[in-house]
Design a protein around this ligand. Structure first.
Ligand code: ADP
Length: 393
């Protein structure tokens, strides 16, 4: 059975067509720079890839048409009837969605009611859902939420130290994100440990990044919060700051709330500290070339990540495995080393040779008290699994 996994962002649309239940990738790709005249469409299938550039893609429905045309014209599928289910990544499920759901009009309205809690993400997710429901109307569509996996956090983790009424009236709590990734990776780590009770920390470090403490397969704390801005510095996001920054920047620079928030989301992290780039490859190259601010960007991030790991070590009462995943966690050995070299006091020890090799692997030294693994994430497979599960219900 063929199932399509869709991840619609504000200006991009990623997709993967999977053969299920085998979990085999038939095709994948993305449309980038939606809303522009120079959009790009990439599709990979059968070991080859094709790119179309300088396309006029003014909205997500045009992007959806491109994806469907790409699948048909490249004979990945003979007709749309072959697609028997579509899974949609939705960033914010709030407290309304404790698990993945089959999408109907009522679900779409409920997702839209959470727009205030994820203004950069949920509206784009909804546009993707609507466009695909229109294009492929007669199959099951399922919403899979980034927040669901973190619904097991206890109150002391998810409540802020803010007035309680902010929670009851407006849902001001920590929701956490990247849930499908943390779940996918921690399930594999749990199975590898081969014991009933496990203590795992997953470091999902990509452009967006978060860390989760997982006890016996359940999230008990995570670094992202009400929005994906909380936590440690990322590609362009600041992570935690003192909220009094808003007043200071208003006084000093005349910044509105929106302007400061935008700076914290889009011009901070690697990009803001280094002034070089948001991309870890550029930052690592610049740091190796002697650029002090690029090195500082890496050091600040590593320091803050270690703060989380240390606090989750205490929360979990020890640790069986530390797992790195996502673009940087899987590929940037330099970032992993900067982090692990600060963890020796906890008996967490990296093997430099193993760390330098590629792929899914163990990178801890033989005398490490804790396993350190690199495990590639696969959010698309998690989404497709939920489509299959709900279809069979
Ligand atoms: P997101 O899904 O949040 O956009 P990804 O998980 O795709 O993020 O990660 C993007 C990051 O991964 C970028 O900073 C990119 O530089 C980094 N990355 C990807 N491949 C490599 C690599 N081979 N070496 C170092 N960093 C890499």
């Amino acid at each position: 059975m063929k199932i399509l996994s869709v991840n619609a962002g504000s200006s991009s649309l990623k997709f993967q067509l999977l053969q299920m239940p085998e979990e085999f990738e038939i095709a994948s790709g993305l449309v980038e720079r939606i809303g522009n005249k120079n959009a790009e469409f990439k599709i990979k299938f059968n070991g080859s890839s094709k790119t179309q550039s300088d396309l006029m893609v003014l909205d997500h429905s045009v992007a959806v048409d491109l994806v469907i045309k790409g699948l048909l014209e490249n004979k990945v599928i003979a007709s749309l009837d072959e697609i028997q289910g579509v899974g949609h990544r939705v960033v914010q499920g709030g407290e309304l969605f404790k698990e993945s759901v089959v999408i109907d009009d009522d679900v779409v309205i409920k997702i839209a009611s959470l727009n205030d809690l994820a203004p950069l993400h949920n509206p784009a997710n909804i546009i993707g859902i609507n466009a695909f429901r229109k294009a492929i109307p007669n199959v099951i569509h399922v919403a899979v939420f980034d927040t669901t996996f973190h619904q097991t956090m206890p109150e002391e983790s998810f409540l802020y130290g803010t007035p309680y009424e902010w929670y009851t009236k407006h849902g001001v709590i920590k929701y956490g994100f990247h849930g499908t990734s943390h779940q996918y990776v921690s399930e594999l780590a749990h199975a590898r440990l081969g014991k009933a009770h496990s203590k795992i920390i997953v470091a999902h470090i990509g452009n967006g990044a978060s860390i989760t403490a997982i006890r016996d397969g359940k999230s008990i704390d995570t670094s992202m919060g009400l929005t994906p801005l909380e936590g440690f510095p990322m590609g362009t996001r600041s992570g935690n700051v003192d909220p009094a920054i808003f007043q200071l920047m208003q006084q000093k620079e005349g910044y509105s709330l929106e302007k400061t928030l935008n700076e914290l989301n889009k011009n901070s992290g690697y990009l803001g500290i280094s002034g070089v780039s948001h991309d870890s490859r550029d930052i690592i190259a610049a740091a190796e070339g002697g650029n002090k601010r690029a090195q500082l960007a890496l050091d600040i991030q590593a320091k803050r990540i270690v703060d989380y790991i240390a606090s989750y070590y205490v929360l979990l009462g020890g640790l069986d495995a530390l797992v790195f995943t996502a673009g940087i966690g899987e590929n940037a050995r330099e970032v992993r080393k900067l982090i692990c070299d600060r963890l020796g006091v906890l008996g967490i020890k990296l093997d430099d040779n193993k760390n330098n090799s590629r792929g899914d692997k163990e990178i801890s030294s033989d005398d490490s008290n804790v396993k350190i693994w690199v495990i590639p994430t696969n959010e698309e497979v998690m989404i497709a699994r939920d489509v299959l599960r709900l279809q069979n219900k």
